[in-house]
Design a protein around this ligand. Structure first.
Ligand code: ADP
Ligand code: MG
Length: 617
């Protein structure tokens, strides 16, 4: 200040005084006797100085609490050694923090100081906050570390210390050196830390830390403080195990569900679910839909009695809705999809209960038993036929003996010379008729004698007796017969069974030619069209009305007949079955063309069926 006063003469004492008065820091001058010789406005306020104190009491008298303190020592050193010194202290009487610097001046020392109480408080608050933050960090379940721009670890919370303890002391070390386990090709750690540090991009990832931790971490790397990064991480090993277990369990449940679904869809039983108000299809499987020739989705929503107009069905459903299951109930009737076709089922209907105990839906399982039912009925029918056959056989056997004596007697009569001409003619006619009767009885006998073993026979031997049997009907129906035997090859077969087939075919041909026509019967040597086995083929062709394709498709079904009460519908079914047993074949071609209508049945018989066990007993 002296230099300013004596220097260039531009700043006056007044200027300096003015400056010092608006100066917010305190400024005092102390002389060598420790009297305060000057105090600016700020100093007067901070140190409670007024005019009476200037050049009055000594500093030590004014502020006795400072005597013997560091402050006194600083002042005295500054005064004696002529040096500038800094000091900070708390002045208890005024409850203030003071930060000061001393300057040696010609008259003594100057003290420049300020009230640093606020700053001090702020500092303390900052420390408190840091402490609190540390507490928060230590209690959070996330592990936290802070990396400086050189990837040096500058902070770890308690959880981080715990988690990483198997690695050893890592605080203050460079990350990649402290954690060698994360340094490998394609390491998500490296990539994410670098992105956070260098590109300042926040990253989150999961990664495994191998030996010595063997832990899965979920990691979050956040850029912080403009330069470093904060890494939050937590051990998710158990979570991952749980998730994996859950996944496996879910997969297993899904697999089971798929299995059940497949079973449901492909079961050979019709399965369906119905509502309880209208009995509409809610759900059904493929088999159930097949009953109607539809797809499941085409049936959903339709009413059961519309699809199956079967008597008593609705009542049955009402009974189930009222809580009474129906078990193994036989149902029969026609479905909308296939009118005219009588079908049979065994059904089970169950009520499905909701949690409130009320019936929520009806579950149905239907097994179609039409084929079994028909086979059963066919069996009964063929049993009947066999019984009739046995009866006919025993009757013809009984007739044979008297027939033989009548034949002999007629022969004796015919050999007499004294017969009149008309008598001889009567005897001739009687003999011819008798011949026919005995032929019928022997045929019937041979027909129904249960053949236990196969025999070698030619087509001709097979056909002749059958044709003879039908001669009467052929003439009555105005049918012209043409028989041609082009082969004498013999085949090993159950001849009566084959005769039954031939007789069925000829009978059908005659039935188809009510208004007369031609019956062509031929035999050839032939080979099985598929297996190439050698055999004989017999064709029976008629010029009858023929069949439409729909009829042709069903002629081998049991009980399929177009002849109402005159037919049994069993002939072809039995014939096909007999040929199958002989490893033969029965094929058909038919036409309803107005100009060349008619039907050809081709029968193939192998010379020796591969399996002849039934014939060797
Ligand atoms: P059925 O003679 O008792 O009707 P079949 O099994 O012998 O039983 O024949 C089944 C059906 O096949 C017959 O009702 C008829 O419609 C048809 N059919 C069989 N052979 C002929 C044929 N030669 N010409 C026309 N239709 C035939
Ligand atoms: Mg028939």
């Amino acid at each position: 200040m002296n230099s300013q006063k004596t220097g260039q003469g531009t700043a006056t004492q007044q200027d300096v005084g003015y400056l010092a008065s608006i100066f917010s820091d305190g400024l005092i001058l102390i002389d060598r006797e420790w009297r305060i010789t000057y105090a600016n406005a700020a100093a007067r306020e901070i140190s409670r100085i007024d005019d009476s104190h200037i050049n009055g009491a000594t500093h030590w008298e004014m502020y006795p609490a400072t005597v013997g303190t560091e402050q006194e020592r600083i002042y005295r050193r500054s005064m004696e050694e002529r040096i500038s010194l800094d000091h900070e202290f708390y002045y208890a009487p005024f409850e203030v923090w003071i930060t000061l610097r001393t300057y040696p001046v010609p008259s003594g020392i100057a003290v420049h100081y300020r009230d640093s109480t606020r700053m001090k408080e702020a500092e303390r608050n900052r420390d408190d906050n840091a402490r609190r933050l540390q507490q928060v960090f230590d209690t959070t379940t996330d592990a936290i570390i802070v990396l400086d721009p050189d990837y040096r670890i500058t902070f770890m919370n308690r959880r981080a210390v715990e988690l990483l303890s198997p690695i050893g002391e890592v605080m203050g070390r460079v990350l990649f050196e402290a954690f060698p386990g994360i340094v490998y090709q394609d390491s998500p750690y490296i990539a994410n830390y670098r992105r956070a540090m260098e590109d300042r991009i926040h990253g989150r990832f999961e990664a495994y830390y191998p030996e010595p931790l063997n832990v899965w971490f979920s990691v979050e790397a956040r850029p912080a403080d403009h330069t470093g990064i904060i890494v939050f991480f937590r051990d998710i090993t158990q979570q991952r195990l749980d998730a994996e277990e859950l996944w496996l369990k879910t997969a297993e449940t899904e697999r089971q569900a798929a299995e059940i679904e497949t079973l449901y869809r492909t079961a050979p039983i019709g399965l369906a679910l119905f509502d309880t108000t209208d009995f509409r299809y809610l759900r059904l499987n493929d088999r159930q839909a097949q009953f109607f020739g539809l797809k499941p989705e085409e049936v959903v929503g339709r009413i059961v009695t519309e699809m199956a107009p079967i008597e008593g069905l609705r009542e049955l459903f009402e009974q189930v809705r009222d809580g009474h299951p129906v078990i193994n109930y036989p149902l029969e009737g026609e479905l909308v999809g296939s009118p005219g076709e009588h079908r049979y089922w065994t059904v089970n209907y169950f009520p499905l209960y909701g949690t409130d105990g009320s019936v929520q839906a009806i579950a149905a399982a239907s097994l179609e038993v039409t084929a079994q039912k028909k086979a059963e009925m066919a069996l009964i029918q063929s049993e009947k036929l066999a019984a009739v056959g046995r009866l006919a056989s025993s009757i013809s056997h009984e007739i044979n003996n008297p027939l033989e004596s009548v034949t002999n007697l007629l022969y004796l009569i015919a050999s007499r010379e004294d017969l009149s001409l008309p008598t001889r003619e009567y005897v001739d006619i009687a003999q011819a008729e008798l011949e026919r009767v005995s032929q019928i009885t022997t045929q019937t006998l041979r027909f129904h004698r249960q053949a236990a073993r196969s025999t070698w026979v030619s087509a001709e031997q097979l056909l002749k007796p059958v044709i003879n049997l039908f001669r009467g009907r052929l003439t009555n129906s105005d049918i012209e017969l043409e028989a041609q035997f082009n082969s004498q090859t013999e085949a090993l077969c159950l001849e009566n069974e084959i005769r039954q087939v031939l007789s069925n075919l000829i009978a059908n041909a005659i039935d188809a030619m009510r208004a007369g026509g031609r019956l062509l019967i031929r035999s050839h040597d032939a080979f099985h069209p598929v297996t190439g086995v050698k055999g004989i083929r017999i064709t029976i062709a008629d010029t009858g009305h023929g069949m439409d394709p729909a009829t042709q498709a069903r002629i081998f079904e049991p009980f399929f007949t177009t002849k109402d009460l005159n037919g049994t519908g069993l002939g072809l079914w039995i014939s096909a079955e007999i040929l199958e047993r002989h490893q033969g074949q029965l094929a058909v071609r038919s036409s309803q063309h107005p100009l060349h209508h008619g039907t050809v049945f081709g029968l193939f018989l192998p010379i020796t069926p591969a399996r002849t066990d039934s014939s060797e007993d």
